[in-house]
Design a binder for this molecule. Structure first.
Ligand SMILES: Cc1cc2nc3c(=O)[nH]c(=O)nc-3n(C[C@H](O)[C@H](O)[C@H](O)COP(=O)(O)O)c2cc1C
Length: 193
């Protein structure tokens, strides 16, 4: 059972990234973490080539190796900090680029009457979505993540963390770490069910 954790903050000692790791560890499953801040992932240009070319994105950057990891994952943990009352740009750019995997002929069709929307390789697979925020705006970030991974990718979101952290480090917030552990345990249980 392979869990892929996407750490969407570029900040050293990021609270969001720490929570992604914590959830992955608590799942009790094999996991791999990718740090968007260490990867070269350019924005989607909307060229549409992936839709016509079996899911092959023409942008030659680190997303090419991430596509393979995504397709091998049994579940996803996606974490992005809240910037300006929504998901931060890097994590959104990453999500936009995932559209290519809808055209690899893997998984069920999004809708049989709308073949141009492609397939959903992660349909039914469990996911955990995570954001942190200093004060407010996290509800909208969670909405954005839900639209992407529930409505669009048809994953089953088994837990969500939207943690208001102020200027603190989550290592000093035991109640937050406990919620992350519980989320990881739920993910592990869903994977083993
Ligand atoms: C560009 C930017 C925009 C931000 N926007 C908000 C915001 O809208 N609301 C808020 O409460 N905090 C905001 N913050 C604070 C972050 O949400 C907060 O520090 C978050 O925990 C950072 O996550 P990280 O530790 O994973 O990097 C913003 C921070 C930055 C750098």
């Amino acid at each position: 059972m392979k869990v892929l954790g996407v750490c969407g903050s570029h900040r050293e000692e990021s609270n969001t990234n720490k929570l992604v790791k914590k959830v992955a560890e608590a799942s009790g499953c094999d996991f791999e973490l990718i740090y968007l801040g260490k990867l070269d992932i350019k924005p989607c240009t909307g060229c549409g080539v992936c839709m016509m070319n079996e899911g092959q994105c023409p942008i030659q950057d680190d997303m090419q190796q991430v596509y393979e990891k995504l397709l091998q994952a049994d579940s996803l943990i996606i974490g992005g900090p809240t910037y300006f009352f929504d998901l931060n740009g890097s994590t959104k750019d990453f999500i936009d680029r995932t559209m290519a995997i809808f055209y690899r002929s893997q998984g069920p069709a999004y809708h049989p009457d709308m073949p141009w929307l492609g397939d959903r390789p992660h349909a039914g697979k469990p996911a955990v979505i995570i954001t942190t925020v200093a004060g407010s705006g996290h509800q909208r970030t969670i909405e954005t993540l839900k639209y992407a991974f529930d409505d669009c990718s048809k994953m089953k979101i088994v837990a969500q963390l939207a943690e208001v952290v102020g200027m603190n480090d989550i290592d000093d917030m035991p109640e937050v770490l406990k919620r992350a552990e519980e989320a990881g345990e739920k993910l592990g249980a869903a994977l083993k069910a």
